[in-house]
Write a protein that binds this ligand. Structure first.
Ligand code: SF4
Length: 948
């Protein structure tokens, strides 16, 4: 019996407003939702998905929800699961909901339907830069005699950045090299050849960058009608978030997949369109109705106009700022009709919520100090300073704040490599894998040599450290070991392994006690892993040691050093006690009690050159008039900045503001004319930690990892260290993934016969993908051993596979502060009983602490499947794939005496410790666990006498 929408609304704290209800309930045909800032669009998207699943009974696997970032996709998926769990009947197979970025989703469709691109490896932004960098000579350098890099860019790093942008735009606008050549423009003619060479190099290497994924799918859907029909039949409803920042090819692909019913809801705000420089076009959202009209479809528009975020004066300020602009040119409106109004149900304080501050950085810093000292905010991190560029516009304000003892958190200032701990680690890498001081081959002069100078300065700085003697002796020894390598010899370690080993020594060792420094070192390990993947440096040996310094310093670190690296931004809020400083782009989607927007005096500019040169080749021709683009973009950018403020907006400039701002500044009071006492007194105090959705803790990825070793959990789950060999991860993951493939094959009714050869293909693909992620078996025989586990399972269960009912069934338990999440398989046995099966890639266990933990997990699954999901398994089985015989592999777990309250209490204890960030090591895990752990040198497990 399906639920009604009223059943869903009954589980909410407050019902949706009428417009939100339209966004949730208009499910058929094309719909455009224009969602102003703070208007609850994510809430509406979540409820729309549940309406489809629970009331319309659309299988989750047929619903697609795409977002702009992976983080937004994760948040959305978690919220859908959380809301679903509160319903009277929890929907099944929620894990199959297609929630992710557009690139992720299009990659899924491409892999499933493209005849030759099923195994491609996606290239992220850093991977793409490295890819172009390594091949720049073959792609473009020789195209212009006497000139460098198509005669346009003087340095290699700027050529990489610039070329990547042009190649992406050509790809996304579906321009061909033939068109580029026929343009008659010398630069575009050269770009045609560069484009062909780049695409050929990508294909040859098995890579696709983000734009190429979309373009390949576009070509497939346009040229292969059978593939198009199959893909269309798989999905019935689409939701596209941040539609104002999509590009041409993205819209084309999504509309083709949504045909012929066009059940597609696009959500966005043309006023918040920010990514023209990345190829996005606001015309997708503005002309959605016309585009659908050209396809014979009538679309509807729902504006979400009630703002639940900001004080009415803040809303008034940014609404008027947009209305100051004439958005009509030659009779065409370049802004959708919509408004923003304050929440009518809320009371707001009577104080000056918008203030203009023309003044010096010192004057601004004084006001920030006053707000902090007089506790107008509960914590300094509730104040955000937003600039167009933090590096050029924010430096003086940051210095002025520091002079007053106020620290700033500025993760996007591109200064990651300046951190003390990162510089020490770079010094270690330079000592081990850098050019020697008198190396005749060391680059001399130019930007590459600057990178080498910087790295050698890092090493000199490290050598001067009073506690670095042991570390320096160790790096010198490693260097000698590498220098002595002959062909055919290796040091059985990668650079990443060596960096992990260096953590054993001070001063690096000491940094692991500081959460921010540890996170920075963790981020460096993930960058280094990208290097190892891209350059194939998995082990340092006699054959690659000569090439190592070139690859590491004149390519990898040169690129990072010359373009700058941003700090890691943790998913949770910024560090307490620090004012947040970021770009306006970075602030999109966020909100803060107090927002100070700077850069008002900056010269307005917008990237127009690409549109000017390539515009005539676009399928739809030009859109916004060139002479208006700068103002349109600049207003949209500052609209985003201003609308982040909840209770107080300060518009700051330390020079004459650009001509777009004076009308707005004249309407709001100046800082000298407001009563700060009133502001301080009346400003609402928000909780320090913003109300976040409950964290989802996975039984395997969080609870079990934490129980295995609290310290390992902290390093990998909290600090973001990238596993090096990750032997245990490899083994268990490849076995589980391949067994899941076997089950999926049966459940999907795929036509190919399920034979050993096909399973080996599945295994091969999974282990190759893990390898590319840098996850390797510890020893060569481990891979064969893992394959044996899978094949043994297949051969001893061939006849039972047709009975697989469901694989990776998701079960959740919602507690006050968190949600527990697990997955289990369901198989019907020959006697008709329903078996719940949990696979373990190891030898059989039927007693002991580990077995008890597995039993707890099964007891929880059992309870949840029965109570929340209406499935009552007859038997609970632990299946140990390490056993030869099926009867040995299957262990029937007796749950009849399990007290579910006790089981839940035990899980709760672990979850509470994780949430309380209790990572102190009270006892060591097994020696085998430590032996396979990247931190074994740091922990000195072998030397420790702490009890086991
Ligand atoms: S070496 Fe052992 S104690 Fe140290 S983090 Fe790894 S598993 Fe934990």
């Amino acid at each position: 019996m399906p639920l009604t929408i009223a059943d869903i609304y009954a589980t909410l704290e407050s019902p949706p407003n009428p417009r939100q209800r339209d966004a949730i309930e208009l499910l058929d045909g094309p719909l455009r939702i224009i969602a102003g800032p703070g208007s609850g669009k994510t809430h509406a998207l979540v409820l729309r998905a549940l309406n489809l699943i629970c009331c319309r009974e659309i299988p989750p696997g047929r619903i697609v929800v795409v977002t702009f970032t992976e983080r937004a996709a994760r948040d959305l998926h978690d919220r859908i699961r959380l809301y679903a769990n509160r319903l009277p009947a929890v929907p099944k197979q929620l894990a199959e909901l297609n929630v992710g970025t557009i690139h992720w989703f299009c990659g899924v469709v491409l892999r499933r339907h493209h005849p030759t691109l099923r195994r491609y490896e996606p290239l992220d932004a850093l991977g793409q830069k490295l890819f172009i960098y390594r091949r720049l000579n073959e792609i473009c350098e020789d195209l212009r005699p006497g000139g460098q890099f198509l005669g346009r860019w003087r340095s290699k790093s700027s050529a990489v950045q610039g070329l990547a942008g042009w190649l992406a735009k050509v790809t996304e606008e579906t321009i061909t090299s033939v068109q580029l050549r026929a343009s008659g423009d010398p630069f575009l003619e050269m770009l045609a050849t560069a484009y062909e060479r780049y695409r050929a190099a990508l294909t040859e290497s098995g890579y696709l960058d983000f734009s190429a994924i979309l373009r390949e799918l576009y070509d497939l859907l346009a040229g292969d009608h059978a593939a198009l029909q199959k893909a269309q039949a798989e999905y019935s409803h689409f939701m596209v978030d941040e539609y104002q920042d999509t590009n041409y090819v993205q819209e084309e692909v999504l509309l083709r997949l949504a045909a012929p019913n066009y059940n597609i809801a696009v959500v966005g705000d043309d006023d918040q369109s920010l990514y023209r420089f990345r190829g996005a076009t606001v015309r997708n959202i503005l002309e959605f109705g016309d585009r659908l009209g050209s396809l014979g479809q009538q679309s509807r528009t729902v504006p979400l106009e009630v703002n639940y975020r900001s004080h009415p004066l803040v809303i008034q300020a940014y609404r008027d700022f947009m209305n100051d602009c004439n958005w009509i040119s030659e009779g065409v409106h370049f802004r959708a009709v919509h408004d923003v109004v304050p929440d009518p149900t809320r009371q707001f304080g009577n104080y000056a919520a918008t203030v203009g501050l023309p003044g010096t950085p010192a004057e601004l810093a004084d006001i920030v100090q006053l707000l902090i000292q007089r506790r107008a905010v509960q914590d300094a991190s509730q104040i955000a300073l937003l600039f167009y560029s933090v590096a050029s516009d924010g430096r003086d304000v940051i210095n002025a704040l520091r002079q007053r003892g106020i620290e700033c958190y500025a993760p996007r200032s591109g200064r990651f490599l300046d951190h003390e701990e990162v510089r020490h680690a770079v010094g270690v890498l330079w000592a081990i894998g850098g050019f020697g001081g008198d190396d005749p081959e060391r680059p001399d002069g130019g930007p590459v040599s600057e990178t080498c100078d910087w790295a050698s300065t890092c090493l000199a700085h490290l050598r001067r450290h009073p506690r670095a003697a042991d570390l320096c002796a160790w790096v010198d020894m490693k260097r000698r070991d590498i220098d002595a390598l002959q062909r055919g010899q290796d040091i059985s370690a990668s650079l990443l392994d060596l960096l992990y080993e260096a953590l054993r020594y001070d001063p690096l060792r000491g940094f692991l006690g500081d959460p921010i420094a540890a996170t920075n070192l963790g981020h460096l390990t993930s960058l280094l892993r990208v290097f190892q993947q891209q350059f194939g440096f998995h082990v340092v040996h006699g054959g690659n040691k000569q090439y190592l310094p070139w690859a590491l310093w004149t390519s990898f670190f040169y690129l990072l050093h010359s373009t700058g690296v941003d700090d890691v931004e943790k998913e949770e809020s910024a560090p307490l006690g620090m004012v947040q400083v970021m770009t306006i782009h970075q602030a999109k989607g966020l909100e803060f009690p107090v927002v100070i927007v700077g850069s008002l005096d900056r010269t307005a500019r917008s990237s127009k050159e690409m549109d000017q040169l390539l515009g005539p080749l676009y399928r739809r021709g030009a859109f916004e008039p060139t002479q208006r683009v700068t103002e349109f973009d600049w207003r949209r950018l500052f609209y985003v900045g201003f609308s982040r403020a909840q209770h107080l907006l300060i518009a700051y400039s330390d020079g004459a503001p650009h001509r777009f701002f004076p009308p707005m500044l004249q309407r709001i009071p100046r800082s000298g004319a407001v009563t700060w006492d009133d502001i301080v007194r009346l400003l609402p105090r928000e909780p320090i930690v913003p109300q976040k959705e409950k964290p989802v803790l996975s039984l395997t990825g969080h609870i079990n990892v934490y129980r295995r070793c609290t310290r390992q959990y902290e390093f990998f789950n909290e600090d973001g260290f990238a596993p090096s060999f990750a032997a245990q991860v490899f083994f268990g993951t490849v076995v589980h993934q391949t067994i899941e493939d076997i089950h999926r094959h049966v459940l999907d009714g795929r036509p190919e016969p399920l034979e050993e050869a096909l399973i080996e293909q599945y295994f091969q693909r999974n282990s190759e993908l893990l390898r590319r992620r840098g996850i390797h078996p510890l020893a060569p025989n481990q891979r064969e051993e893992a394959k044996a586990h899978v094949l043994r399972y297949f051969n001893t269960n061939r006849d039972r596979l047709r009975n697989v009912i469901d694989t990776e069934v998701e079960v959740m338990l919602e507690q006050d502060k968190y949600v527990l999440d697990g997955r289990v398989d369901l198989i019907r046995s020959d006697d008709g009983a329903l078996e719940m099966v949990d696979f373990k890639a190891q030898r059989r266990l039927d007693q002991g602490a580990e077995f008890d933990a597995y039993s707890d997990q099964l007891a929880l699954y059992w309870h949840l499947l029965d109570e929340r999901y209406g499935k009552r398994p007859d038997r609970a089985i632990l299946y140990f794939t390490g056993e030869e015989q099926a009867h040995q592999a299957r262990v029937l777990v007796d749950l009849s005496r399990a007290d579910i309250r006790d089981v839940v209490r035990r899980f709760d204890e672990t979850a509470q410790l994780i949430l309380a960030r209790q990572f102190d090591l009270t006892h060591y895990p097994s020696r085998d666990t430590c032996r396979a752990c990247d931190f074994k040198h740091y922990c000195r497990r072998a030397e420790a006498d702490v009890g086991q």
